[in-house]
Design a protein around this ligand. Structure first.
Ligand SMILES: [Fe+2]
Length: 373
């Protein structure tokens, strides 16, 4: 099973080998910070450097691809590694324990979320979310009290008002591509799963929500039978596919998608989307000019991702595009209570300007004016 974009594991152990892919590039996604963590650790004697605020208590979790079995170096794609969870329990100023555990079952390797007092490791393209307990053990592949009947997604978006979790999901049941708009209710059960009129085989990594819309990102990466058949990661750059952003009306739920054509591109991650004072829909995301075209192992070696804004004009049906910053950056976050509302700040990791991925800095964006700190 292939799977979605994770950040790769915070490597505790390194494999000191050089590896090369089909075009003679090094496969960076088995090296350094991406190298597999082979040890399963439970450690309760943690040294704290500095101070942890006493009121910062809880479980810090992350998930990412971690190839435990010996990968084919030429064909290994970053999104294909088995899921590995890492967790640190914080309580009263102490780091109580660290542990890591493989995700059980179908390889939910991309993200880990908490919703309605449950924890789930999640992935796109058809793998079921795996419920996780507070000690990182995998419990079940029947998530949301058994109510999920579709694929899921790498990243959900929480409506801060209704506490509903939105996902644009896809899977390949019986070989046919099916995409849905899935909503998980405040009670932790699936509220709705609406089939979308979409058959392009697009890689739908995440979605965005605004006050009135759920956004569908039908971009320039589509399913490739050729790559699947030859054992490679089965999604590929597709210049012939019209990239477009779709708006699903969350209020009417009429199943109609209003599409806005944009230039060929891909983005995995949005900072946010919202409706501005004129009613236009604004989308800020980390845009790749091209990827998965020459490099079949991962996203970072062809073009660096940049914070870019699309403005969708509902009156004219046209979209405009503007790069907001020239620092390569990925994995954007902002305060989740602002999902779908106007945000001022966003945060991301700097990717580095070289081909080899380098997450050496944290960037704070001020997205209401064109500057950063
Ligand atoms: Fe992601």
């Amino acid at each position: 099973m292939f799977s979605g974009l994770g950040l790769g594991s915070a490597a505790l152990l390194g494999w000191g080998f050089n590896s090369f892919n089909i075009l003679g590039r090094e496969n960076y996604y088995l090296q350094g910070n991406f190298a597999p963590v082979k040890e399963i650790i439970t450690e309760d004697r943690l040294e704290v450097v500095g101070n942890i605020p006493k009121d910062l208590s809880g479980l810090y979790l992350r998930n990412g691809p971690n190839p435990m079995s010996k990968p084919n170096i030429k064909k290994y794609h970053w999104f294909g590694g088995e899921g590995m969870l890492h967790g640190v329990r914080l309580d009263g100023g102490k780091a109580v324990w660290y542990r890591n555990r493989p995700v059980g079952g179908n390889n939910a390797n991309t993200h880990v979320i908490s919703h309605a007092k449950k924890i789930y490791a999640i992935v796109e393209a058809g793998g079921s979310p795996v419920e996780i307990d507070q000690e990182l053990n995998s419990l079940t592949e029947e998530p949301f009290y058994g109510t999920l009947k579709t694929g899921f997604t790498a990243h959900t978006k929480l409506d801060p008002k209704s506490q509903e979790l939105h996902g644009i999901t896809y899977n390949f049941p019986r070989g046919t591509y099916e995409a849905h708009h899935v909503v998980v209710g405040k009670d932790g059960r699936i509220n709705r799963a609406d089939l979308l009129p979409l058959s392009s085989g697009t890689m739908l990594h995440e979605c965005a929500i605004t006050e009135n819309y759920a956004l569908v990102f039908d971009l320039s990466i589509t399913f490739s039978f050729l790559k699947l058949g030859t054992g490679y990661f089965p999604f590929s750059w597709n210049n012939d596919h019209q990239a477009r952003i779709g708006l699903l009306n969350r209020k009417t739920n009429d199943g109609v998608i209003k599409w806005f054509s944009i230039d060929p591109c891909y983005f995995f991650h949005t900072v946010n989307a919202y409706e501005d004072e004129r009613g236009n829909v604004i989308v800020d995301a980390m845009k790749y000019q091209k990827l998965f075209d020459e490099d079949w192992n991962g996203p970072f070696t062809e073009f660096p991702p940049h914070l870019t804004r699309w403005s969708l004009n509902l009156s004219t049906g046209n979209a405009s595009e503007q790069q907001l910053d020239d620092l390569p950056a990925e994995f954007p976050r902002m305060h989740p209570d602002l999902n779908g509302k106007v945000n001022r700040y966003g945060y991301s990791l700097g990717v580095g300007s070289g081909q080899k991925p380098d997450f050496g800095r944290i960037i704070k964006f001020h997205t209401r004016r064109k500057s950063k700190k």
